[in-house]
Design a protein around this ligand. Structure first.
Ligand code: NAD
Ligand code: MG
Ligand code: MG
Ligand code: MG
Ligand code: MG
Ligand code: MG
Length: 339
């Protein structure tokens, strides 16, 4: 098994002497900046004017334009949306990096697919939390953390790995486990996971179940509770104790149904599709399509998004959640100015 590192395995000194620029104050940015500060690190936030800037100032940070933050800092963590990183990097980051500085990312996409080519005289590392930014913050506040992968793309100072580990510790990940990876492995597994399982696979599974029930004449409210609402309860059990814990908690009837019917939904054909998805990720085909989609101003992304927001499961869900005020809406914390 690979070695998972925890608090006791990590030296903090190497990062304590440095100033860290957190560029971007969205989902990941706010969590990294706040957790690092509370872990005793010196943080400056780099942003353009806008909503995020206000939020970061309210949180008590020194907030300056990106170029100035890079100039002030020794370690620059890029937490902009992946699609905007290239432009901001060329205009406001690259010209202000000094030899021996470090540039870091929370996802390997732009470096792995050569959209950003860092100069040869800086350290380049990755700390990728395996969870949404709002949980990176919430679990830290609760005394826990979200596990992270770390990886080194370029080590000019001889300290890149120690910097990455200290950074991961600073955002709380060493409480949950920190595991070494490469930019290639992080990028490919992250893209595959979100497409096939966590996002694409899950939302499609939920919608297909909902549609099957409502097409057969069952009430949309019942279908919503069955296929979407209850998902969280099952996933919480999985998170806490694996598949075994789900099966312990569900009835034996449900468990038998799991055994005999699960493989009728997700089968060899599904796995063959997953392999195709993985091949498109590995070959750069997916990356190319996404880069071009952004260059064209997202015609397909916007059209599909509008259609998805009107799906009957969303309509009935909005009504039902109104009546469940205890169900929190984490999207309210999303800080991206674009949205
Ligand atoms: P986000 O969209 O939540 O936030 C982006 C931030 O960048 C916002 O503060 C926005 O105001 C700012 N910004 C956007 N364009 C800008 C510009 N041109 N100049 C200056 N600031 C600008 O982004 P995110 O979801 O936190 O993603 C950041 C990085 O973290 C990405 O590389 C992503 O792949 C990675 N990541 C995200 C998650 C997640 O939970 N969202 C999980 C793991 C890794
Ligand atoms: Mg500097
Ligand atoms: Mg991910
Ligand atoms: Mg991702
Ligand atoms: Mg049930
Ligand atoms: Mg049972």
């Amino acid at each position: 098994m690979s070695k998972v590192l925890y608090e006791k395995d990590i030296q903090k000194e190497v990062l304590q002497a440095k100033k860290i620029a957190v560029v971007g104050y969205g989902s990941q940015g706010h969590a990294h900046a706040l957790n690092l500060r509370e872990s005793g690190y010196d943080v400056v936030v780099g942003l353009r004017p806008g909503k995020s800037q206000q939020k970061a100032e309210e949180d008590g940070f020194d907030v300056v334009p990106v170029a100035e933050a890079v100039t002030k800092a020794d370690v620059v963590m890029v937490l902009l949306p992946d699609e905007h990183q290239t432009v901001v990097y060329e205009e406001s980051i690259k010209p202000h990096l000094e030899p021996g500085n470090a540039i870091a990312f929370a996802h390997g996409f732009n470096v792995h697919f050569s959209q950003i080519v860092p100069p040869r005289d800086v350290d380049v590392f990755l700390v990728a939390p395996k969870g949404p930014g709002h949980l990176v913050r919430r679990t830290f506040e609760d005394g826990g953390g979200v596990p992270s992968l770390y990886g080194v793309f370029q080590d000019v100072t001889g300290n890149a790995k120690e910097l990455a580990l200290a950074y991961a510790q600073g955002i709380g990940s060493a409480r949950a486990g920190v595991l070494e990876t490469s930019f290639q492995e992080e990028t490919e597994t992250d893209l595959f996971g979100e497409q096939a399982v966590l996002c694409g696979g899950l939302t499609s599974l939920v919608k297909a179940g909902f549609e099957t029930l409502t097409d057969a004449g069952y009430q949309p409210e019942v279908a919503y509770f069955e296929c979407l609402h209850e998902m969280k309860l099952i996933v919480d059990l999985m998170y806490e104790g694996g598949l075994e814990n789900v099966r312990y908690s569900i009835s034996d009837t449900a468990q038998w149904g799991d055994f005999v019917s699960g493989k009728r939904v997700v089968n060899d054909e599904t796995k063959a599709r997953m392999k195709e998805i993985l091949r498109d990720v590995q070959s750069g085909e997916f990356a190319k399509g996404w880069i071009l989609e952004n260059q064209a101003n997202r015609p397909q992304f916007n059209a599909i998004n509008a259609k998805e927001n009107n799906h009957p499961i969303e309509q009935v869900g909005r009504e039902l959640r109104e009546l469940m005020p205890f169900v929190k809406q984490p999207l309210q914390g999303k800080q991206n100015d674009e949205q």
